[in-house]
Design a protein around this ligand. Sequence first.
Ligand code: HEM
Length: 296
Amino acid sequence: MEQIAENTTSLSQRYLTSASRLPIAIFYTVICVILLVGWQANLSSYITAESGIGYALGLAGGIMMLIMLLYSLRKRLHCLRNLFPTKYWFRMHMVLGVLGPTCILFHCAFSLGSTNSNIALFCMLIVAISGLVGRYLYSQIHYGLYGSKATATQIKADFISSSQRIEALYSLYPDLDQKLFRIDVSALEKKQNIASQFLNLFSYAIRGRFELYSALRALSKAKSALAKHENWDKKETRKFYNEAKKRLSIYYSTVRKIIGFQFYERMFSLWHVLHIPLFIMMIISGVVHVFAVHLY
Ligand code: HEM
C-alpha cells in the first residue's frame, strides 16, 4: 500500500501541473501589459536612449542579459556547481531573459534608430522569442521546467504503472474501461519522420483532451452507482472520485509524453543549433552597438 502511495506521489510530481504555475502566469501577463502600454504610448517624446532614464534602462537591460548568461557558466564550470541548485540559475536565466529585453524596448522607446542599433535590437528580440520557444520544448522533454530529463525508459515505466493503476480502478466499473484511450507503447521505439510525429501529436492533442473529458464525465456519472454498490459514505465517494480523476489525468499525460517525446527531443536539438548562433550574433551586434554609441 505504501509502495502504491509513493508511486502515486512520484507520478503526480512528474505529470500533474503544479500550483506554482500561477506566479509564472501573473509574471508573463504583467510583462505583456507593460509591453502593450509602452508600445501604445508615444514614448519617444519622453524617453531618449542617450541620457536619463532611457540610458539607465539600456544599461540595466544590458547588465541583466549579462547576468542571465551565468546560467551557461554554471552548467559548465565545476567551481560553481555547489553554488545554489541549477533550478535557481535556470529560473534567473528565464526571468532576466524577459526583463532584460523589456528594459531595452523601453530604452529605445519602441522605435527604430541607427542601423547598428536596429540590428542589435532585432537580434535580441529573436533570441528572446526563441528563448520562450525553447522554454516550451524544454518543459516537454523534462518533467516540468525544473524536473529531471525524461527518458524513453522512464516514460514507458510510468505509462505501464499508470495503466495498472487505471485497470485497478476500472475493475470496479468495467463500462468505463471502454472509454480509455489505448496506446501501443512500442510507439516510443519506432523511428518516424518529424512530420508524422507532429501529426500524431496534433491529433492526440485534440483527441486526448476530448477522451479525457468523456472519461471524466463517465466517471462522474458512475460515481453514485458505485458508491451505492460499495456502500461508501460521502467522504469515501469524494476520495474515490478525486483519486480516479488524478489517475485518469496522469494516464493521459503519460500517453501524451509517449506520443510527443521523440518529436520534442528532435525539435529541442534543432532549437539549440539555431539558438546558439543567434545568441552569438546578438552579443556581437550588442557590443558593436555599445562601442558605436559611445565613440560617435
Ligand atoms: C535575450 C535573451 C536571451 C539570451 C541572450 C539567451 C541565451 C541563452 C543561451 C546562450 C543559452 C544556451 C545555454 C547553454 O546551453 O549553456 C540559452 C538556453 C536556454 N534559454 Fe535562453 N536566452 C534568452 C532568453 C530566454 C528566455 C526569455 C527564455 C524563456 C523564458 C529562455 C529559455 C532558455 C532555455 C529553456 C534554454 C535551454 C536550457 C538548457 O538547455 O539548459 N531564454 N539561452
